[in-house]
Design a protein around this ligand. Structure first.
Ligand SMILES: [Zn+2]
Length: 340
């Protein structure tokens, strides 16, 4: 791409050696890609005026991709979710190697070894399988696709988010596409989070299982479709976006309340609800930080590279997703022991 398309405005205070790219222009002169201030951005890149500088603006695609390895105000946004993606990739590999088949229940119970309740139950089931309801362990086949669907949803969300932060600065069209993929990823994470919860809680009640799964899936698709409207990504719609996602997440309260009414006497139900409460807390705090744009609102320009709200939001999303992973292990252990 021609060097003339580059933004050449100089930012005031960054270290040149760490933030510039070099490109050999057709006329053999060397051009520099520099980071710019908020005021120099085109409208489609103006999302947060409290982040003052270190912006990439309309860089060629090659330099945009290579900027994953350089310092700018999106570097930590990219890497927080890219590292999160690799964490979930490892968790998926770990889980599939520990319990590769649907009938291989015991290793899963070992996986829950932090929960002595499961260890006790597993030992009793193995030593005297006919002495308790755990007799259904033998021959019971509990589908694991809801668990893996959740892992896939989490990885899709984290990868789309990371790609969105890396590539959106390239051009308006790329930004438009990536922002929608980012929304679709967040919707996918929220919807897939409810699959282990609903499927394993209501394994023995297909009516409510299918009703809740259909509802949350419908709500997720509706959110993605609404987010396709062009007006949706303008800054003044930031609270609307956040509220929409929060409502979708809140719709999960109904099956959780139902779970506690039906199984509130069971330790698995209480433990998984605890995980879900912690997960919800991470997500709610993340959304509040995202909307409030703190701490950069208090000290504009001081958190451009590290510590601004979106980075905190990303870390909270990874923490919430990991909490739900732990809860999903408990659900799986519950159904592996109990069957239906
Ligand atoms: Zn993000």
């Amino acid at each position: 791409m021609a060097a003339s398309s580059m933004k050449m405005k100089k930012s005031s205070s960054f270290t040149k050696s760490s933030t510039q790219f070099l490109l050999s222009a057709p006329n053999n002169k060397t051009a520099k890609f520099e980071l710019v201030d908020y005021d120099s951005l085109p409208e489609f890149l103006k999302h947060n005026e409290f982040i003052v500088s270190y912006y990439r603006s309309e860089w060629p695609l090659k330099q945009t991709i290579l900027s994953i390895f350089s310092v700018h105000n999106e570097t930590l946004n990219i890497w927080t979710h890219l590292i999160g993606f690799f964490i979930f990739l490892m968790l998926t590999g770990f889980a599939s190697s520990v319990f590769p088949t649907a009938s291989n229940a015991y290793p899963l119970l070992q996986l829950n070894s932090t929960n002595t309740f499961y260890i006790d139950r597993a030992q009793r089931a193995l030593i005297e399988p006919s002495a308790s309801s755990s007799s259904q362990l033998v021959g019971s086949v509990i589908p694991r696709w809801p668990f893996y669907l959740y892992l896939a949803g989490a990885m899709f969300c984290l990868l789309m988010s990371s790609a969105c932060h890396l590539l959106s600065c390239h051009c308006h069209r790329t930004s438009y596409i990536m922002l929608r993929l980012d929304f679709a990823g967040i919707s996918g994470l929220i919807v897939s989070s409810f699959y282990p919860l609903v499927y394993y809680t209501f394994t023995c009640n297909p009516f409510f299982r299918d009703l809740y799964l259909a509802s949350i899936t419908f709500f997720g698709l509706a959110t993605v479709i609404v987010s396709l409207t062009p007006v949706f990504d303008s800054p003044q719609f930031r609270p609307v976006r956040a509220v929409l996602f929060a409502c979708m997440a809140a719709s999960g309260v109904v099956p959780i309340a139902h779970k506690m009414m039906a199984f509130g006497h069971r330790p698995e139900a209480v433990l998984t609800t605890g995980y879900e409460a912690v997960m919800g807390m991470f997500y709610v705090v993340g959304v509040v930080v995202y909307v409030a744009r703190v701490p950069e609102r208090w000290l504009p320009g001081k958190f451009d590279l590290a510590g601004h709200s979106h980075q905190l939001f990303h870390v909270l999303v990874v923490a919430g997703a990991y909490t739900q992973y732990l809860g999903s292990l408990v659900y799986l252990g519950w159904r592996e022991v109990e069957g239906c």
